[in-house]
Design a protein around this ligand. Structure first.
Ligand code: HEC
Length: 154
């Protein structure tokens, strides 16, 4: 085989490797779900970690609504901040690799918006505006739950 051809084969293999890597990065570790959604296959402990984070998001949402009802701004700030980006920093890379790109984007979007809600409350924005922001964020919860399921695997 000529050097030129070898170089072409090497280049092709390199492109294929990158393409496979990108494919897995976008798709994550997924299979067809049991109810029409797509299931993300996680180790049981990783699944529990994600579900714990989910219950944290629900608690944050409740805290924001209760704070708004009672005109208690510090309660809103505390609840929203607890679900902000700071809490996601320690998620391990192996778990991140299993999550599809779209899932990560939606999830990060929610955490980012929780920080925005905390900041708006700190800036003294009225409760009506904070509720509007929260309601916008909740659409992301709904969209994600409609698309994905978590399945325990390896
Ligand atoms: C990036 C996707 C995504 C976003 C965004 C998201 N969730 Fe989830 N959530 C999931 C998935 C997937 C499950 C597991 C569903 C299943 O397996 O049927 C789940 C489960 C839950 C559960 C059940 C927890 C348990 O212990 O079983 C709660 C509560 C929850 N989510 C609340 C929320 C709230 C509140 C928000 C928004 C503030 C939110 N989630 C945003 C993907 C998401």
């Amino acid at each position: 085989m000529k050097t030129n051809q070898l170089a072409q084969v090497a280049l092709l293999l390199w492109v294929v490797t990158i393409a496979v890597f990108v494919w897995f990065f976008i798709r994550g570790s997924t299979v067809a779900g049991t109810d029409g959604r797509t299931a993300i296959v996680l180790h049981p402990r990783e699944r529990e970690l994600v579900l714990t984070e989910m219950r944290g998001l629900l608690a944050a949402t409740q805290g924001i609504l209760e704070g708004a009802n009672q005109g208690d701004m510090p309660r809103i700030i505390k609840a929203a901040r607890a679900a902000g980006m700071a809490g996601t920093a320690d998620v391990n890379p192996a778990l991140m690799a299993k999550l599809p790109l779209e899932f990560k984007a939606l999830g990060m979007g929610v955490h980012h918006e929780m920080d925005e809600i905390a900041k708006a409350a700190e800036d003294g924005k009225p409760a009506a505006e904070l509720l509007k922001m929260t309601s916008n964020t909740l659409t992301k919860c709904v969209v994600c739950h409609a698309a994905w399921q978590l399945k325990a695997g390896s």
